[in-house]
Design a binder for this molecule. Structure first.
Ligand SMILES: [Zn+2]
Length: 88
């Protein structure tokens, strides 16, 4: 018995995944984004940067203590090319 697949999308303003409940972007969401944007990593980083700003605003309203470096690691660091696309 398998449950129907739920999309791994962010649930605002908590920024948890609708699909699995992990902090978004969860691992499946990251993989899906990398596939979607495999031709254009720059566009992915811009998109994630926009979401990071939105999440930072909303989470700081909820918690009052959002650490920008944590958000950068969560939203951006994993998506940066690691020398595999020849852009140096
Ligand atoms: Zn998820």
């Amino acid at each position: 018995m398998s449950r129907p697949a739920r999309p791994h999308l962010p649930m605002r303003p908590l920024w948890r995944c609708r699909g699995c409940g992990a902090e978004w972007p969860c691992q499946p969401a990251r993989l899906a984004l990398l596939v979607d944007y495999r031709e254009d990593r720059t566009a992915l980083l811009i998109y994630l940067g926009t979401l990071m700003v939105e999440a930072g605003t909303q989470l700081s309203q909820l918690n009052g203590h959002v650490v920008p470096e944590d958000l950068a690691g969560r939203f951006l660091t994993w998506a940066r090319a690691r020398g595999s696309d020849g852009s140096s």
